[in-house]
Design a protein around this ligand. Structure first.
Ligand code: AHR
Length: 499
C-alpha cells in the first residue's frame, strides 16, 4: 500500500507550544509517595525527592505539571500540606480510599518542580470548598508578602512568591463520582465567582474551567455550553479529559483512538465558539487537555473495593504494551494537529499511576513503552506545526468505522530549517509513505526512528527488562527531486527527520 502527503510551510496550524508536553502529579496511589517522593531512597535528596525520577522527568521533556489532582483535589485542604511536617494532619482521601499523610504538599511540590525544570499548574478545590480557600491558596502562592498567607509561605521557607501562572478551577465536577459533584449551573456560577476573585488577587493568572470528564458523558457539550455561559469572560481555557481503554483486546479500535480525540477536540472548540458567538465575544478560548492517556480502566473499581484505608497503595499501575505506545504517539500527533486551539495538554500521570515512569519502592525506576514517543515528540516537535493531509489506504474498526490507516503531522523549525514528520501506521499492512518536500527545497534525510508494535504487540518494559520496547533506527530517508519515501511498518509510530 502507498500513502502520500505534501509538506508546505504555508500550511501553518500554530506554534508547537511547550505546554503541549505536560504531565500530571496527583496524590493518587504511588504517584507522589514512592514516585516523585521517597525519603530514604538511594537516589533521594535531602528533601526526599527521588533523583532517578527527576532524571527521567527531565529526559521525558515534560514542560508543565498539573498538581495535586485529579479527583483528589475535590476533597483536599491545601493548608494541611504546608508547615512543619510533624504537625500535618493525617486525613481520609475519599477519592482513592487512601490515608493521606500530607508529608508532601505545595512547598515540596514547588521544590520538586524547580528541580525538574517544569512549570507548575495548580488546581483548586471546588468540590468541597469554594472562593475563599482558592483565594487563600493563590495568596500563599503568588502574593509577595505582608499578608497572612504570603507571610506564612515566607515563614515556611519560600521568601519569593511562586508566581504560578496556570490554575485549574476544580476537577471533573460533571462526574457523579466526584466529591462535591455539581450541576453545570452550580459549577459554572462557583467557577465564575472563584475566577473573578482570583483575578482580583493576581490578574495575570490563566484560568481553566472544567469541561467534561470525557466525550461519553451524558452531559457532554451541554455541560461546556452552560459552564461557559457563566464563565466565558473570566477564564482562558476549557478543560477536556480522555482515556482510551484497551481492555477488550480490540486492537484495530484501540490503535484508532486518535480518531476519537480528534473529534472530541473539534466538538469542544465548536461548543466554546458557539458560546463566544452568543456572547458577541471576539476572544477565543483555548482547550486545556489536562488529562489524557491509555488506561486499562476495568481494574480500578475492584482495587478500591477490595481493601480498607491504607497509605499510598499501588493503584492503576498499568504496564503499557508496544501497541499502547503507538496509540500514545498518535494521540500526541493529534494534539499537535490542533495546536491552534489546544494550548495545554497533560498526560496523566507522571509516575506509577498510568504513567510513563514506573518505580519500585526502594528499587529502580524505568521507562515504560509509552515514555518513548512522548520523549521524542517533546524533543523534536519544535517550531511551527504544519497541516498534512495524507491520502492513502483506510481500514475498518469496530469502534470508529472506517479510519485512515496513516495519521501524520509535521513540524517545521524555521530557526534551523529542519523538518520532522510524525507518522503512525494504524493498519495491519506495510505502507510506503511518499512525502512531497518540494515546498521546502534543500532538505536531506537525517533519521527515521520507529516504535514498531507489529511483530510483538503485547511486549512491555519491566524492572527486569526495561528496554524491550524502544524505538529503533530505520534506514535514513533519502530525498530525490524533492520527494522522500519511507516505509511505515504495520502498527508503528515513526519519527522522520530532515535537515
Ligand atoms: O488520572 C486519574 C483520574 O482520572 C483523575 O484523578 C481524575 O481526574 C480522572 O477521572
Amino acid at each position: 500500500d502507498t500513502a502520500r502527503l505534501s509538506i508546505d510551510p504555508a500550511f501553518r496550524i500554530g506554534p508547537a507550544r511547550r505546554r503541549l508536553f505536560g504531565s500530571f502529579v496527583e496524590h493518587m496511589g504511588r504517584c507522589v509517595y514512592g514516585g516523585v517522593y521517597e525519603p530514604g531512597h538511594a537516589t533521594a535528596d535531602g528533601h526526599g525527592l527521588r533523583g532517578d525520577v527527576l532524571d527521567l522527568t527531565r529526559e521525558l521533556g515534560v514542560s508543565v505539571v498539573r498538581y495535586p489532582g485529579g479527583n483528589f483535589v475535590s476533597g483536599y485542604r491545601w493548608e494541611d500540606g504546608v508547615g512543619p511536617v510533624g504537625d500535618r494532619p493525617r486525613r481520609l482521601d475519599l477519592a482513592w480510599k487512601t490515608i493521606e499523610t500530607n508529608a508532601f504538599g505545595l512547598d515540596e511540590f514547588m521544590r520538586w518542580a524547580r528541580a525538574a525544570g517544569v512549570e507548575p499548574m495548580m488546581a483548586v478545590n471546588l468540590g468541597t470548598r469554594g472562593v475563599q480557600e482558592a483565594c487563600d491558596l493563590l495568596e500563599y502562592a503568588n502574593h509577595p508578602g505582608g499578608t497572612h498567607f504570603s507571610d506564612m509561605r515566607r515563614k515556611y521557607g519560600a521568601e519569593e512568591p511562586y508566581d504560578i501562572r496556570l490554575w485549574c478551577l476544580g476537577n471533573e465536577l460533571d462526574g457523579p463520582w466526584q466529591v462535591g459533584h455539581k450541576t453545570a449551573d452550580e459549577y459554572g456560577r462557583l467557577a465564575a465567582e472563584t475566577a473573578r476573585a482570583m483575578k482580583m488577587i493576581d490578574p495575570s493568572v490563566s484560568l481553566v474551567a472544567c469541561g467534561s470528564s470525557n466525550r461519553g458523558m451524558p452531559t457532554f457539550a451541554a455541560w461546556e455550553a452552560t459552564v461557559l455561559s457563566h464563565t466565558y469572560e473570566h477564564v482562558d481555557y476549557i478543560s477536556a479529559h480522555t482515556y482510551y481503554d484497551p481492555s477488550d483486546g480490540d486492537r484495530p479500535s484501540i490503535l484508532a483512538s486518535a480518531v476519537d480525540l480528534d473529534a472530541f477536540i473539534q466538538e469542544v472548540v465548536a461548543t466554546a465558539d458557539h458560546v463566544a458567538a452568543r456572547k458577541r465575544e471576539k476572544r477565543r478560548l483555548m482547550v486545556s487537555f489536562d488529562e489524557w492517556n491509555v488506561w486499562y480502566q476495568q481494574r480500578l473499581r475492584a482495587d478500591l473495593d477490595r481493601r480498607g484505608w491504607v497509605e499510598a497503595p499501588a493503584l492503576i499501575e498499568d504496564t503499557f504494551t508496544a501497541t499502547d505506545a503507538v496509540v500514545v504517539g498518535d494521540l500526541l500527533i493529534t494534539l499537535l494537529r490542533h495546536a491552534d486551539r489546544v494550548g495545554v495538554a497533560c498526560q496523566a500521570q507522571l509516575a506509577n499511576v498510568i504513567a510513563p515512569i514506573r518505580t519500585l519502592n526502594g528499587g529502580p525506576a524505568w521507562r515504560q513503552s509509552i515514555f518513548h514517543p512522548f520523549a521524542l515528540t517533546a524533543r523534536y516537535a519544535r517550531g511551527t506545526v504544519l497541516r498534512t493531509e495524507p491520502a492513502g489506504p483506510s481500514h475498518d474498526t469496530n469502534r470508529y468505522g472506517e479510519v485512515s490507516s496513516v495519521d501524520t503531522v509535521a513540524v517545521h523549525d524555521e530557526e534551523t530549517g529542519g523538518l520532522v514528520v510524525f507518522a503512525v501506521n494504524r493498519g495491519t499492512t506495510d505502507i510506503r509513505l511518499d512525502i512531497d518536500l518540494r515546498g521546502l527545497p534543500g532538505l536531506a534525510g537525517a533519521a527515521h526512528l520507529a516504535l514498531d508494535a507489529g511483530a510483538d504487540p503485547d511486549a512491555v518494559n519491566t524492572a527486569d527488562d526495561p528496554d524491550r520496547v524502544v524505538p529503533r533506527e530505520r534506514e535514513r530517508p533519502s530525498v530525490d527531486a524533492g520527494w522522500s519515501a519511507v516505509r511505515l511498518a504495520p502498527a508503528s509510530w515513526n519519527l522522520i527527520r530532515y535537515h
